[in-house]
Design a binder for this molecule. Structure first.
Ligand code: PBG
Length: 328
């Protein structure tokens, strides 16, 4: 018998063979495009730390959404950057506010061609930049925040969001939002729970993207990067509270967590490839240190392989175009 007996390289010898036996694929329908809209601007504003991503105007956002739908992207997750901020994030409840208005506009533009999702969190709307309202001692007040989240949920559903994405990591948020939606007759509005959301340094560029003036950090409500079993606990709680889908965030530094959540959850699992993950690849590619396209594809493929059914990525439309043109 010749040696080696086993030759795994047989299945790697041509592109056709590799394509045949590939276990994981990226389909545009599985991708969700996060998008920002800024109130009161007449031109899109570039985000310095996220080259290629902008704060949209109402018009350019509609165009980006239509384009994403055209490319077969599965969904769009909207973030609003309001002109006015206050201690309680009151603009988040205004039906004509920047985010609720954008949800209505985008839904009107794309209808059912794209799943329209809305970020449900206060950090973009508060002057202190925290994801909830503050107590007198400066701590984020969990239960007072929940009352506002419930109202935000109803406002976003009324604006036409198909899916709400509570991202503030307040305890009990999924339950209060679900109940408020049901009480208001929005039983068909789904919840994508940011179940295992870590307190990550890689959110840095996002703070630019939403002009956040955060003082301090989010360590009292977002998860400690050291913890794995706690992610399971968070996911179980959100499922119990009525989450339709759950998310792990960030993605690339948490692929182990993602795999465990995917093995355990009996609902679709999302992963969010966040701003810092985007910025790292763009920056290295801009220096010519890595191959941009190959790195983007590999990164998203790894997130899918780790167990994500859907991936939020700032490259969603570009990836969809590559897939459509069969140029992967
Ligand atoms: C909070 C929120 C954040 C992101 C999405 N929703 C920021 C944070 O928690 O600090 C980060 C997304 C990214 O970095 O791409 N509303």
């Amino acid at each position: 018998m010749s040696f080696p007996l086993h030759r795994p390289r047989r299945l790697r010898q041509s592109a056709a063979m590799r394509r045949l036996v590939a276990e994981t694929r990226i389909h545009p329908n599985q991708l969700i495009l996060p998008a920002f809209i800024k109130e009161g601007v007449s031109e899109p504003v570039a985000i310095e730390s996220m080259p290629g991503v902008v704060q949209h105007t109402a018009d350019t956002l509609k165009r980006a959404a239509a384009e994403a739908a055209e490319l077969g992207v599965g969904g769009i997750m909207l973030f609003g950057v309001p002109a006015q901020r206050d201690a309680t994030g009151s603009c988040s409840l205004d039906p004509e506010g920047v985010l609720n208005g954008a949800v209505r506009d985008v839904k009107g533009e794309v209808g059912d061609a794209l799943v329209v999702m809305s970020d449900l969190c206060l950090d973009e709307f508060t002057d202190h930049g925290h994801c909830g309202v503050l107590r007198e001692d400066g701590a984020v007040d969990n239960d007072a925040t929940l009352e506002i989240y419930a109202q935000m949920g109803v406002a976003q559903a009324e604006a036409g969001a198909d899916v709400l994405g509570p991202s503030g990591m307040m305890d009990g948020q999924v339950r209060v939002i679900r109940e408020a939606l049901d009480d208001a007759g929005h039983q068909d509005t789904a919840i994508l729970a940011y179940a295992a959301k870590y307190s990550s340094a890689f959110y840095g560029p996002f703070r630019d993207a939403v002009d956040s003036a955060l003082q301090g950090d989010r360590k009292t409500y977002q998860m400690d990067p050291a913890n794995r079993t706690e992610a399971i606990h968070e996911v179980m709680l959100d499922l119990e509270e009525g989450a339709d889908m759950v998310m792990v965030k960030p993605a690339m530094s948490y692929l182990d967590v993602l795999r465990e959540v995917a093995d355990l959850a009996d609902v679709p699992v999302s992963a969010y490839q966040i701003s810092g993950e985007y910025a790292m690849i763009e920056a290295a590619a801009a220096h010519g240190w890595i191959d941009r396209k190959a790195s983007i594809v590999e990164s998203v493929l790894s997130i899918r392989r780790a167990g994500a059914d859907t991936v939020l990525t700032y490259w969603a439309a570009e990836l969809a175009r590559w897939i459509k043109e069969d140029s992967l």
